[in-house]
Design a binder for this molecule. Structure first.
Ligand code: HXC
Length: 260
């Protein structure tokens, strides 16, 4: 590919899982502006690629990503942050309609932890560690750390991580619900791709609806969320994939989804 800081490829027996590898080893995959721009571009392209059913984002054995690039941010100012809309393009990752899995080995710190949390599912290697160390360098998280940890793991954990900058292990992250599964480091990527393949074998259309429904749980009241879910459930019946899925069940065979 034409990217400088990331690698992209298609994986899985059906080549329907996109793999994006953060590849800036000298800086432990620190998320400089150029890297995040490339990442946003790659995610957007795979999101529009009909052959792809799920995306996996990973880093290296040592670092998923050690945060936003501190050297790049060091001399920016309040007014330049506003003028240049600092970090605004990070939102491209959370705008992806297709399921994204973060496969985290090594450090996921600051923006690296936040990037993992923008993904839909986090799988971790047993040596991974997570943290929001911004407070140690005189800032607060700026890409969702305070909000996403609080919502998915509760106030006490969010406060502890954001106020101390302490790192947590993969095992702790699993226990508190930040990551869904932990694997031996060497097996992590193939497990993440296997998960991507499983997701990619569903109807992409319905997977998109399911992702949207779960995300609404983080953005609205229970009543509104339940109402939204019910509308999506009803809407699923307007698709051919619903007809095919239920017909296949009744005929005791595997469904052949058409993304329609
Ligand atoms: C720029 C970084 C970096 C970062 C590491 N490097 N993290 N450069 N920004 N976030 C660079 C180092 O400067 C060094 O390059 C090289 O990567 C290797 O790092 P070392 O520190 O020598 O490695 P090690 O001793 O193994 O320590 C690993 C580490 C440490 C514990 C992860 O690098 C570290 O604490 N990094 C910063 C973590 C952090 O504070 N992240 C939050 C950033 S703020 P040179 O060339 O100097 O040898 C943030 C704000 C988010 O993310 C806001 C929204 C996005």
């Amino acid at each position: 590919s034409s990217y400088q800081h990331i690698l992209t490829e298609k994986k899985g027996a059906k080549q329907n899982v996109a793999l994006i590898t953060l590849n800036r080893p000298k800086a432990l995959n620190a998320l400089c502006d150029a890297l995040v721009t490339e990442l946003g571009d790659a995610v957007e392209k795979f999101d529009r690629d009909e052959s792809i059913g799920a995306v996996v984002i990973t880093g290296s054995e040592k670092a998923f990503a050690a945060g936003a690039d501190i050297k790049e941010m060091q001399n920016t100012t309040f007014s330049s942050n506003i003028r240049l809309r600092l970090l605004e393009h990070w939102s491209k990752i959370s705008q992806c309609k297709k399921p994204i899995i973060a496969a985290v080995n090594g450090f996921a710190l600051g923006g690296g932890c936040e990037l993992a949390m923008m993904c839909d599912i986090i799988y971790a290697g047993d040596k991974a560690n997570f943290g929001q160390p911004e407070i140690l360098i005189g800032v607060v998280p700026g890409a969702g750390g305070t909000q996403r940890i609080a919502r998915s793991c509760g106030k006490s954990k969010a406060m502890e991580m954001c106020l101390t900058g302490n790192r947590i292990t993969a095992a702790e992250a699993e226990k508190m619900g930040l990551v869904s599964k932990v694997f031996p480091a060497g097996e992590l990527l193939s497990e993440a791709i296997k998960l991507g393949e499983k997701i990619a074998s569903q109807s992409p259309l319905i997977a998109q609806l399911a992702k949207e429904c779960v995300n609404v749980a983080f953005e609205t009241s229970l009543q509104e969320g339940l109402r939204f879910e019910k509308k999506m459930f009803y809407a699923a019946f307007a698709t051919e994939d619903q007809k095919e899925g239920m017909k296949a069940f009744v005929e005791k065979r595997a469904p052949n989804f058409k993304n329609n």
